[in-house]
Design a protein around this ligand. Structure first.
Ligand code: AHG
Ligand code: MN
Ligand code: MN
Length: 336
């Protein structure tokens, strides 16, 4: 029997979605829209490299370490170049900062004229998954340039609450672009036949609960006690464990299906492993905008600390990450 023909919703591309958002704000100059369009072009170029990685022989190490002392993969370097070059050509970009560059890259340094933005990114997240065809992604965070700041780095060191937009691109079985401009989270999938991202979800909501945790359990013995207690509790209560080892892929699953993603402090990474400004903050914005919670553990008074309230001191600083469905994050916090 033939399947019933689905009644399609309107076809909305990422481009037209961004323009429609821009129209809602009479003061908008279109600058941010151009930056998002540069990100969507980068995403298509990186997706193509990722798909062809084995054929083009660009898998494996680039032969250098990045500022974090982590081995750079060839595709980390390629993706970084693609983003810097695409964003660099947009008038509205003042500074970019990347996991792969020790120092921020100043694109334009004028102090008057039109408002400009800073874009921070993890060009290829989970890149060690590439060799095995696993999901990888790009994460980005957009801030307004602070022209009063003394230098480029100082201009970037704003808490996540100040992000004007944030998102990720997942290069998985399809290429997915999730973005928030501070008014919910919208999701787009790349249609390779026409080369455009088409909207598939508007104002995405994370499930309130789901008995699923996502963390590297191999580090369990070096987790602080509260995290070990939480794990014991979750296992007694029928939870499943799901961990890809690429934050974009893990957070994407949690956004759609619910659960909690945790990267606790460990003996090897006492402040956690994930980077505040281009991994934790953008993901925290998406999760909170979708109705979830995103915490960096407890503060010195024993209160839950929101990731986006942290004041960064360094663009590459790390933090603990607990994010996902509100009820599941609460269960973790209860044990800390
Ligand atoms: P990156 O590839 O950008 O360095 O990020 C890797 C990160 C993140 O994607 C993932 O959540 C985490 O590392 C996994 O770390 P473990 O291997 O320690 O679990
Ligand atoms: Mn990463
Ligand atoms: Mn990376």
């Amino acid at each position: 029997m033939l399947m019933d023909t689905p009644i399609h919703k309107d076809i909305v591309t990422l481009q037209s979605h961004i323009l429609a958002q821009q129209d809602k704000n009479p003061q908008s100059t279109g600058t941010l829209s151009w930056i998002l369009s540069a990100l969507s072009i980068s995403a298509k170029v990186i997706a193509d490299h990722v798909r062809r990685a084995r054929l083009e022989d660009v898998l494996g190490h680039a032969g250098a370490d990045n500022v974090q002392g982590e081995q750079q993969q060839k595709l980390d370097v390629i993706s970084n170049e693609v983003l810097i070059r695409t964003l660099g050509s947009r008038e509205g970009v003042a500074i970019v900062a990347s996991e792969e560059n020790e120092e921020p890259v100043i694109i334009r340094n004028d102090t008057a004229g039109e408002r400009r933005y800073c874009v921070l990114f993890d060009p290829l997240d989970g890149s060690s998954n590439l060799d095995v065809c696993g999901g990888v992604g790009t994460i980005f965070s957009i801030l307004r340039q602070d022209r009063r700041a003394s230098d480029a780095e100082a201009s970037l060191l704003q808490p996540g609450e100040q992000q004007v937009a944030a998102g990720y691109i997942l290069y998985g079985s399809s290429t997915v672009f999730c973005v928030s401009l501070g008014d919910g989270v919208d999701m787009f999938v790349l249609d390779p036949a026409i080369g455009a991202f088409l909207r598939v979800e508007e104002k995405l909501k994370i499930p309130v609960a789901n008995k699923s945790y996502s963390l590297n359990e191999g580090n369990r013995l070096s987790f602080p006690e509260g995290y070990r207690d939480y794990l014991a509790w979750a296992q007694e209560n029928g939870y499943s464990s799901r961990y890809v080892g690429a934050m974009v892929a893990d957070v994407h699953r949690i956004l759609l299906k619910g659960g909690v993603f945790i990267y606790p402090p460990t003996a090897k990474a006492p402040n956690g492993k994930l980077r505040l400004m281009y991994e934790a903050n953008p993901m925290a914005m998406l999760i909170e905008q979708a109705g979830g919670k995103a915490l960096a553990g407890l503060d010195s008074n024993g209160e839950a600390q929101r990731i986006m309230a942290l004041k960064p001191k360094n663009i590459h600083e790390r933090c603990t990450v607990i994010l996902g469905s509100p009820d599941e994050v609460d269960h973790v916090v209860r044990h800390l």
